[in-house]
Each structure stands twice: as structure tokens, then as C-alpha cells.
Design a protein around this ligand. Sequence first.
Ligand code: NAD
Ligand code: UD1
Length: 335
Amino acid sequence: MILITGGMGYIGSHTCVALAGAAHELLILDNLSNSRIDVVNRLETLCGKRPGFVEGDVRDPVVLGEIFERHPITTVMHFAGFKAVGESVERPLEYYDNNVNGTLQLLAAMRRASVRTFVFSSSATVYGDPASVPIRENSPRSATNPYGRSKLIIEDILADLHCAEPEWNIPRLRYFNPVGAHESGLIGEEPRGLPNNLMPFIGEVAIGKREFLNIWGADYPTHDGTGVRDYIHVTDLAEGHVAALNYLNQNGGLITINLGTGKGYSVLDMVQAFERTIHCPIPYEFGPRRAGDIAQCWADPSLAYELLGWKAQKGLEQMCSDTWRWQQQCRQLNI
Ligand code: NAD
Ligand code: UD1
């Protein structure tokens, strides 16, 4: 049985569907700080079986102790944490507590229960402002904000742990820019308030919730002056976790893997792709660069293919159409 912390959230919920499709038994631990209880009903529909769900906090050793005592957990996938860069600058202690302390509590509980397989949600943010693209896993790491630093710290904790106790199996998966939603329209990203990320914002402009998109910077050294990123469909990302588990069944150890497509698209590329999907213009205005933003970032995903046999399958068109279907669903659900 796999314990999925943060399994009610955006990436965790899609990963639950992929894991259920690969016949894994699931138990979700989530404190619902950034998700809604009814996700579990929608997961029941999509998984064909209701996943186990415990409402609780990864920092709570009592809850963790009970989970490991009552359930035959063999693997933990750790999605729970805070992820908003701007908020992390304003509330660093809360970010270090939830992300770093949460991970430490979880690892300690796993060790007490002799569970030694830990899949970690890292991020391309650990590459900071990359010196060159595409980015390989051995590129230099840096952090410019507490969120990114929390990911760096956890990556280092995991390396130290594996060095001291080599029996641990630890894939550190570095996600690029997850977008889109499940094609059923039943689950997707549910940003609270003003979205920080590009695709949810475009979706909200498309549906009329926002008047226009602010494009942060038109003077980057990229093909059209706007920032370039490696957008990856969230269900491809979810399948990457299944591939990582399959790899662990044959091999163990500490591995670090980029989960991206290897393709970079600019903000204007994304706007135009979305316009093609909805057959309507997306109003936008150019604004100044957003503090802390980088010009371009995309993965070299070849190690994921080499080790896991995984590569992203879905293109821009599907990322946009699934985002759009989910956006329309959100209006119906009043999210
Ligand atoms: P999300 O906010 O949608 O999901 C996180 C889930 O964890 C939520 O359901 C929330 O309620 C839960 N949670 C938070 N703190 C908790 C705690 N202390 N105890 C129990 N549950 C808790 O975020 P997401 O986009 O699904 O991201 C999942 C992971 O992937 C995070 O660690 C994030 O940093 C990482 N990541 C995300 C992105 C991205 O763009 N979404 C990119 C790279 C890495
Ligand atoms: C953000 C996070 C990063 C995280 C990543 C994936 C910041 C500073 N960085 O990065 O840590 O790993 O998400 O979750 O928040 N854009 C606009 N207008 C908008 C929103 C975005 O022009 O309203 C542009 C940005 O300037 C950027 C691109 O769109 O060029 C993508 O932005 P976003 O979706 O926020 O992702 P990242 O900047 O890669």
C-alpha cells in the first residue's frame, strides 16, 4: 500500500489515478489546507475504488504513528507542502515548518515503521537561474526564495539520509511546469484567489473571470521576448511516478530525475495555443518583469527515459483543451 501525502491536491490527485490504474492500493493523508474534501469522491469515480483517506497533518507524529501501525504501507509519496513562491518570501517560517519539518517528521515515522521507500516532489526551482538549457540533473543548484530553499534543503537531507542508511530508496523527482487536468474534467488545479501560475490565469481570462492576462516581461532574450518554460501535462507527470515505482522494484538507491518534456514554450506561445483551443482571443497586456523570474528553463529529460523508460506523451493542444475543460467544470462546481 502506498501512502500519498497531499494526495487531495493537484499533482497528488492525478498521481492517485495513475497509481490506481497500475493496481496499487492507496491511502491519502491530507490536511485539506489547499484542497477540498470532495476530491475523494471524484477520485473514487476515476479510480474505480475509493482510496483510503485520513484527514491529518504530516507534522503530527501521532497521526503518522497510527497510519503506519494500522496499514501495510510499503512506500510513501510525499506531495504535501506549500508551493507559492511569493507567499514563501512573506512567511518563511511557515514554509520551512511545513515543507522541511513536515518531511523530517514523515521520515522519522517511516524509520520507526521500517518503511524505506520515499518518493519526493522536488522542483525545477532548484536550478535557480540556469546557466544553460536544456537542464541536466547535474546542473548547479541554487535558491532565490524560501520555497526553493526548502526544496534544496530537503534534497540535501535525503542525500545525507541515503549516505548514512543506504537501504533507503529515494527518487527525487524534479517537476518542471505541470499544467492541464484529467481529461474527464473531474480533477484539476484549484487555485485559491488570484492564480500565480500562467495556465490557471489564462484559463480564468478565457472564462471571463479576469479581464486580461498580464504578461510579465517582453524583453527577455527568448524567441519572442517572453519567458520560456517546459510545460508538462499533469497526467504525464503522474505516470512518471508510476514509472519511478516500477524502477524501484528492480533497482534501489537514491536517484534524481527531471520530469519535463524537453520542449520550451514562451508565454505568447501558450496564449496562442489556448486561443486555437477556444477559438477566441485571450486579451493580454505587457507589464514589467516579475521579481525573481528567469528568462528560460527547460529540461533535458533523457535520464528519465534511460532509467525509467518514461517520457511525456501529451502536447500543447491537449494541455490547453484539458485546462479549458477543467476551467468550465470549475464554474459549474463554483470553485
Ligand atoms: P497542492 O497545493 O495542490 O497540493 C498539496 C496538498 O498537500 C494539498 O492538498 C494540501 O492540502 C496538502 N498539504 C499541505 N500541507 C500539508 C500538511 N502539513 N499535512 C498534510 N497535507 C498537507 O500542490 P501541488 O501542485 O499538487 O504540489 C505537490 C507537490 O509538488 C508540492 O510539494 C510542490 O512543492 C511540488 N511541486 C509542485 C509544482 C507545481 O507547479 N504545482 C512544481 C514543482 C514541484
Ligand atoms: C513558478 C515558480 C516556481 C515553480 C513553478 C512551477 C515563481 C517566481 N516561480 O515558476 O518556483 O517551480 O512556478 O510551479 O512563482 N506569467 C505571466 N503572467 C502571469 C503568470 C505568469 O506572464 O500572470 C509568465 C511568467 O513570467 C513566466 C511564465 O509565465 O515567464 C510561467 O510562469 P509560472 O506559471 O508562474 O511558472 P514559473 O515562472 O516557471
